[in-house]
Ligand binder design. Sequence first.
Ligand code: ZN
Length: 143
Amino acid sequence: MVVFEGKSTGRVAVARLMRGSDLLQGIQSLAEKVGFRAATVQFIGALSKAVVQILDQDTKQYISHAVPGPVEVVSGTGNVSQKDGVPFAHVHVALAGLDGKCVGGHVGSGTEVYLIELVLSELSTEPPLVRKPDAEIGVAVWK
Ligand code: ZN
């Protein structure tokens, strides 16, 4: 277990992301704009299209699925931490299509906002949340 102990209750930023913007870039830009080095992320809303990914634990490669829109964000959650010195958003979603059936996974780039209402809650930990590559897991993890 790797533990990052909270030092204090952090600040909160609430935003509506703009239609047509990239979801991950929008979250990272907000964290940069408000000066949060790390945060939890919660959001709901709708996407014009999405890319969700599942990590194949044998090959250590993400399997990507393009999800045509419109889709409703049933639940969006994740975190922001530092990777290579800049905010990095790690986000998972459950999405419902017009038929009401859900798909979900790890959000990939190319996920386009229709309407997103987002809350970032700052995390201040010691040591700071920094993401670094991990060969055993296959992705960058908190170290
Ligand atoms: Zn993930």
